[in-house]
Design a protein around this ligand. Structure first.
Ligand code: AP5
Length: 213
């Protein structure tokens, strides 16, 4: 199954993606996680991306297109993949079409996670993230030991782009560029809107139902 998770910052894409990949046994291809690893590694790409990410702005299409094209060439995606945070602009969606076409594949479902802005802001202001495995923790899903990742014992951090003014900028980027993708994929009949408000378990069940429908 080839899936895209679409939704505004804080909608729960990463949280739900990490659950779904275990269930479906497909890899999560997250441009955000990938870019944060490049930033942490201090690579030339990471240095270029850091300034834009910290400001809440999108990094250039060519960079993220390259990351995804390389990932789609890997044997790990033979049974499918879950794209989290990509595409985010119409040119990225068009580039993805070409990447899939040359491999004889297509998108089966676009899960659109819908959450009101005031809830998104509340979630992001309380988020802590593991710099190693990128798991997010929130007020409703805290780690077992405060400040420590359940998976690998790393010290949790607050993402620089979770500062309130950067969250606002990310919402603007989403509204002006990424939201257009709903119409792009609706025209193909693959968009599955899912109410993203409720417990993480409840939202997961809705996603499973939407995929089966
Ligand atoms: P990215 O990492 O993709 O960030 P994002 O889209 O802004 O999404 P988030 O990671 O903030 O939120 P999420 O929806 O995954 O929510 P989460 O599960 O963590 O991108 C970061 C940056 O990288 C971009 O701004 C850009 O600069 C760059 N970038 C990445 N991709 C790019 C691309 N394609 N093109 C250009 N630039 C790109 O949940 C949020 C919080 O809520 C957590 O604390 C969680 O515990 C909690 N939570 C989750 N679900 C629930 C629930 N049901 N109830 C209560 N709390 C919940």
């Amino acid at each position: 199954m080839n899936l895209i998770f679409l939704g505004p910052p804080g909608a729960g894409k990463g949280t739900q993606a990490k659950r779904l990949i275990d269930r479906l046994r497909i890899p999560q291809l997250s441009t955000g996680d990938n870019l944060r690893k490049a930033v942490a590694g201090g690579t030339p790409l990471g240095k270029q991306a850091k300034v834009l990410m910290d400001a809440g702005k999108l990094v250039p299409d060519e960079i993220v297109n390259g990351i995804i094209d390389e990932a789609l060439g890997s044997p790990e995606v033979a049974n499918g993949f879950l794209l989290d945070g990509f595409p985010r602009t119409v040119p990225q969606a068009q580039a993805l079409d070409q990447m899939l076409q040359k491999r004889g594949r297509r998108i089966d479902h676009v899960i659109l996670l819908e959450v009101p802005t005031e809830i998104l802001v509340g979630r992001l202001s309380g988020r802590q993230t593991c710099p190693k495995c990128q798991t997010s923790y929130g007020k409703d899903s805290p780690p077992r030991v405060p400040g420590i990742c359940d998976n690998d014992g790393e010290k949790l951090i607050v993402r620089p782009d979770d500062q309130p003014e950067r969250v606002r900028q990310r919402m603007v980027e989403y509204g002006s560029k990424t939201a257009l993708l709903t119409g792009y994929y609706q025209a193909r009949g693959v968009v599955r809107p899912v109410d993203g408000v409720g417990s993480v378990d409840e939202v997961e069940k809705r996603i499973i139902r939407a995929l089966k429908a």
